[in-house]
Ligand binder design. Structure first.
Ligand SMILES: Nc1ncnc2c1ncn2[C@@H]1O[C@H](COP(=O)(O)OP(=O)(O)OP(=O)(O)O)[C@@H](O)[C@H]1O
Ligand SMILES: [Mg+2]
Length: 602
């Protein structure tokens, strides 16, 4: 019932289209009904030789006019009803997409992409069928049935009609029962399809891992299993349909038999004329379609209801992160960040990822965060972006609790280079200008120059028009990172966050980018996450995270003096750098010896 009310909201918006469609459907049915009567009149007239040439011509003209009406009517009801259902499908899809965009990151962690995609495609399709073709079937079938039966009774014979429609009553009773079973089967089938889509989606995204670990066979076996499951669930539906459809034929055949036997008898004894007997046969045939249509409509409604429930599940889920009522609009942020006893527990974890972190980042300064992997660095910056929920008062920007800042304002004022450097399958130009509403090529080039990627881009044959990602060239890790930095720099926001964004670039380029950043970001806040001390040693403050705790805070010199984690990391990295330098020198020496030898031999 709730599902019905839900879809009714959408249908109501297109009620005029539905009304117009159904009215034209009635006109078509009405016109259809006159054809057997005309044939009957012609047959009787010809049999009794009372019909002259003029009569035949007028009957033919009537049939022609009826045919034209039918053609126009059929075009119009399709136009109105299919149009309405397509519009509703589009509106539902927009609403789903808009709603999903509001969902938190955690929602996506808990829901598989393939499953969500199935709801967008095959489920929506099923819903469309149930509000378009199925509605047509129901109205057409019921109006046709009532009209045809009335016509059969009044134009031909009441007793014959009653006898002929008895078998059809069984169909109605049976179809109610059938509807319930098929609904459950449809639901299972959609789940299986979701599982399969999900599997395919993951396998293609993870194709490199599958190949590297030579898991193609295992993957194929797993796919075959998911595929078999989907086939079985589909077969469950088909099996039921294939029993029911022939049964319908049997019942319809029974009606035809009764007509032939009893109707033939009535015609022989002269109770009905030959023309009416012929017309009656045509009427019985006209009842076949409504009966079949009822079966189809039940299928479509069951499938649509099952799918609509899956769509409703998405729309019922409330976004966890939203603008509070006391959220106040701010035009411009200074970028003053304050963490006040920030503690955060990830869902499903027993230990907090971040523990009691207090720290302030005055506007215009640079904070660096360093710490071993899995220590909560990314979590901390995600909290700043409100990708997860924090308790009130734990994070303040410009003195205001971030929960009170509208999400749009907050995120517009933060430029973010995520750790995974995701780029869309689009041109490099569009990827870099992704966050900016109005932009020109000069600003794109400025951003790419600051991120040291401009030279790389112009070296591509298509330059800034190069398509990246699935549809185009694959960028190297470092190129992706720098494109992603350029994308963030385009925003010129008061706060910039770089999450491990320089890990894949060499130290020279890194130095270059850092120098550019220093110039570009004057007076603005920057948060820099890194594993290499070389990246962060010039930051105004450095936060050392260990087990989610702020173990050390200070600038490079202070932390070195503290003689703690930071210093030991620094010394270890220095040592590693020295070792690799030596190794490189040795290799180079070895190489020149070889060349010298080669030279003498040659
Ligand atoms: N969405 C999430 N749901 C649950 N746990 C999460 C989620 N994201 C991260 N975690 C957990 O939080 C902890 C900290 O992860 P985080 O990504 O913040 O570490 P990190 O310091 O950025 O690590 P790295 O240096 O490898 O990037 C990890 O134990 C991780 O498993
Ligand atoms: Mg991280």
């Amino acid at each position: 019932m709730r599902t019905f009310r839900f879809i009714l909201q959408y249908i109501k918006k297109h009620r005029f289209q539905y009304i117009a469609g159904i009215l034209t459907l009635f006109v078509v049915d009405f016109a259809n009904l006159y054809i057997p009567e005309l044939t009957g009149t012609v047959t009787d007239g010809l049999a009794a030789r009372t019909l002259g040439w003029d009569g035949v011509v007028s009957c033919l003209v009537s049939i022609f006019v009826l045919g034209l009406t039918l053609a126009a009517g059929r075009f119009l009801w399709r136009y109105f009803l299919f149009g309405a259902s397509r519009s509703i499908e589009k509106e539902l899809r927009n609403d789903m997409f808009g709603h999903l965009e509001k969902m938190s990151v955690e929602y996506y962690n808990e829901h598989k992409t393939g499953d969500l995609m199935t709801r967008f495609t095959s489920d929506l399709n099923a819903v469309r069928m149930s509000i378009g073709p199925a509605v047509i079937c129901v109205f057409d079938a019921s109006v046709m049935t009532v009209m045809v039966i009335c016509q059969m009774m009044f134009y031909v014979d009441v007793k014959l009609t009653l006898l002929a429609v008895i078998p059809m009553l069984f169909i109605c009773a049976g179809e109610i029962y059938y509807g319930k079973i098929i609904h459950a089967r449809f639901l299972k089938r959609q789940e299986a399809v979701s599982g399969l889509t999900d599997f395919v989606q993951e396998s293609f995204s993870g194709v490199r891992v599958i190949k590297a670990f030579v898991r193609e066979r295992a993957q194929l076996r797993a796919f075959a299993k998911a595929n078999r499951n989907s086939m079985e669930k589909n077969l469950d539906v088909v099996r039921l349909q294939s029993v029911v459809m022939p049964l319908l034929d049997v019942v319809i055949g029974l009606s035809a038999l009764i007509t032939l036997v009893y109707g033939g008898y009535l015609a022989l004894v002269g109770d009905i004329t030959l023309g009416r007997f012929v017309a009656f046969n045509q009427y019985i045939n006209m009842l076949v379609w409504p009966m079949l249509a009822c079966g189809d409509a039940i299928n479509m409604f069951s499938q649509g209801a099952a799918s609509l429930r899956r769509i409703q599940e998405i729309l019922d889920e409330k976004p966890e992160i939203f603008d509070r009522e006391d959220a106040l609009e701010v035009d411009w942020m200074k970028g003053d960040i304050e963490l006040d006893h920030l503690t955060f527990l990830h869902r499903g974890h027993s230990e907090p990822t971040l523990k009691d972190i207090s720290l302030s980042v005055p506007a215009g300064t640079t904070l660096a965060i360093i710490g071993r992997t899995g220590n909560g660095k990314s979590t901390l910056v995600n909290l700043l972006l409100r990708l997860y929920r924090t308790k009130p008062g734990m994070i303040r920007i410009d003195g205001r609790d971030i929960n009170q800042i509208p999400l749009k304002t907050l995120r517009e004022n933060i430029a973010y280079v995520p750790q995974d450097n995701f780029l869309f399958s689009d041109t490099l130009k569009s990827n870099i200008a992704f966050g900016a509403d109005d932009w020109d090529m000069d600003s794109v080039v400025r951003a790419t120059q600051a991120a040291c990627i401009h030279e790389n881009i112009v070296a591509f044959p298509d330059g800034y028009e190069t398509i990246v990602g699935e549809r185009g060239v694959t960028l190297s890790g470092g190129q992706k990172q720098r494109s992603s930095i350029a994308r963030a720099l385009m925003k010129d926001a008061p706060i910039l966050i770089l999450d491990d964004a320089l890990s894949a670039v060499d130290t020279d380029t890194e130095e270059h980018i850092l120098r550019n950043l220093k110039q570009n970001r004057q007076g603005k806040t920057t948060i820099l996450i890194a594993h290499r001390i070389s990246t962060i040693q010039n930051a105004d403050r450095i936060l050392v995270l260990e087990d989610g705790e702020a173990k050390e805070i200070g600038n490079h010199e202070e932390l070195m003096r503290e003689n703690g984690i930071y210093r030991s990391m620094f010394e270890q990295q220095q040592l590693e750098a020295a070792v690799s330098r030596q190794k490189a020198e040795l290799d180079a020496g070895h190489m020149s010896e070889e060349t010298a030898k080669g030279g003498t031999l040659g």
